[in-house]
Unconditional design. Structure first.
Ligand code: CDM
Ligand code: ATP
Length: 290
């Protein structure tokens, strides 16, 4: 069976406070891109997980998110563990704010759950989703996406509670150019460098529009810039290219994205960035919304 573990982008990310456990309360819009990691999974006598592709070397063998998800899944449902041969083509940059490890885990969890509980109702899926926060703050929302419960989500809280809801969207620009300056960034370190006032809580949009997004931000952008000064060059390139709707950091970075309505303009920027900036990873893709 072939799976795609779709990359995520945070179209906006606000932080409204911090809990006693050190986790921050987020308000964020999550979208997923056509682009992602490719996973081939099938039954086997023993479990093996092999990584290949551009970013395979960044994964520590035995400490990958899929192994953790498999162990957790069989234990959680008190099922006899089964073995799988899993091959991952690691296309998503690692520790890059694009949620690659999370998405690999969520794609495999969705596959296992659909196999074991083919008749599961949406309510059963949501119960399952809410149990997965211990695997990582973004696992619940990524699982909701990979189980087909929505495409674009509003997330509230630390992420681990699974408090997320699908959003209706209207007239969203969908052409994305993802850019990573080639420097891995730890999410914990970016949060630790967060300074200034938190965002005031806002209401989730009834319908997500470009206008709503224009009045939001990614609060982690300044902290990421402090840790990766090369981001300043990237922001400058984006600012000089006036053809996009907006650009922003995704998650805790260091990946950024520029958003276009027009596919050809997005392709042109992508080509220009690839030609002029060696060492930067650049990918033209689209967000999934239907
Ligand atoms: C910021 C986002 O990238 C937005 O998509 C994510 O919520 C981060 O999700 P993630 O990578 O799955 O994060 P985790 O692995 O659970 O957490 C890594 C570290 O980030 C910090 N962290 C994460 C999520 C959150 N709501 N508050 C935090 O302060 C904590 O220091 C935590 O130890
Ligand atoms: N399958 C995997 N793919 C990518 N990273 C993995 C995987 N398994 C474990 N990791 C580890 O997880 C850490 C975070 O990588 P990942 O790419 O998932 O996060 P991220 O881009 O920071 O995501 P987020 O947007 O959630 O902050 C890295 O240190 C990496 O070594």
């Amino acid at each position: 069976m072939k799976l795609t573990a779709h990359a995520k982008v945070n179209l906006m990310l606000h932080v409204t406070g911090k809990g006693e456990d050190g986790y921050h309360y987020l308000q964020s819009v999550f979208a997923f891109t056509q682009f992602g990691d490719d996973i081939i999974i099938g039954p086997a006598m023993t479990t093996t997980i092999a990584f290949s592709g551009e970013f395979a070397n960044f994964i520590e063998p035995g400490k990958d998110s899929i192994s953790q998800a498999l162990d957790w899944y069989f234990d959680h449902f008190k099922l006899a563990p089964r073995s799988y041969r899993i091959e991952v083509t690691k296309n998503i940059p690692v520790a890059a704010g694009l949620g690659g490890g999370t998405s690999d885990a969520a794609a495999v969890l969705a596959y296992l759950f659909r196999h074991d509980y083919p008749q599961a109702t949406a309510a059963m899926c949501w119960d399952f989703i809410k149990e997965t926060g211990g695997l990582g703050a973004d696992v619940p929302v990524s699982l909701a996406f990979h189980l087909g419960l929505g495409k674009i989500f509003w997330v509230e809280g630390s992420g681990r509670e699974g408090s997320c809801q699908p959003l209706k969207v209207r007239d969203l620009a969908r052409q994305f150019v993802l850019v990573n300056p080639g420097v891995p960034l730890s999410t914990a370190e970016v949060f630790a460098n967060l300074e200034g006032r938190f965002d005031p809580p806002i209401q989730p949009p009834e319908i997500l529009t470009q206008d709503f997004l224009r009045h939001t931000r990614n609060i982690l952008q300044a902290a990421a810039l402090k840790l990766v000064p090369d981001l300043a060059k990237l922001f400058m390139v984006f600012m000089l290219d006036r053809s996009f709707s907006y650009f922003r950091l995704s998650g805790s970075g260091a990946s950024c994205f520029a958003v276009y309505k027009d596919r050809r303009r997005a392709e042109a920027l992508s080509k220009k960035l690839k030609e002029n900036n060696r060492g930067w990873w650049v990918k033209k893709t689209e967000i999934l919304w239907k």
